[in-house]
Write a protein that binds this ligand. Sequence first.
Ligand SMILES: [Zn+2]
Length: 143
Amino acid sequence: MSILDKFASKNSHEIWSASCEVAKCNNLEILDSLAIDIMTIENATKGINLGGGLCPNSYHLEFALKKLCYVEQRAGCLCALYPEYMFFNPIDEEKNCSITITEIVQIDGKWIDYYRCKCNKCHASYKVEERDGHFTFWSWTKA
Ligand SMILES: [Zn+2]
């Protein structure tokens, strides 16, 4: 099923899955092709209860739509969106070749306190705090 088909499926799990794919996607060709259909995606997903636990699944859909608007408007480097979504794991972003981790600072040599990263495209620097609550999340701030 394509990402667009998932958004149009009216199925809360598929919509959640498509939203996460968009959130993590750094392929501008794919993002551009979806940005054309923002209105379709908005209409198809409107009013559907996406459910979710401590973090509502609508959080992922809202971010996916925000990202597609950003891409459509050519508003700048995708890294500027890192502070807008709390599930950007720097380790994954490095694997995607989006960023380079330049430093990992630990607490008591056990837990990760924060990362320092650099965007591979625009070279912006970020400090990324890793926090554990009911789930692990990351707080990105431009350094
Ligand atoms: Zn960047």
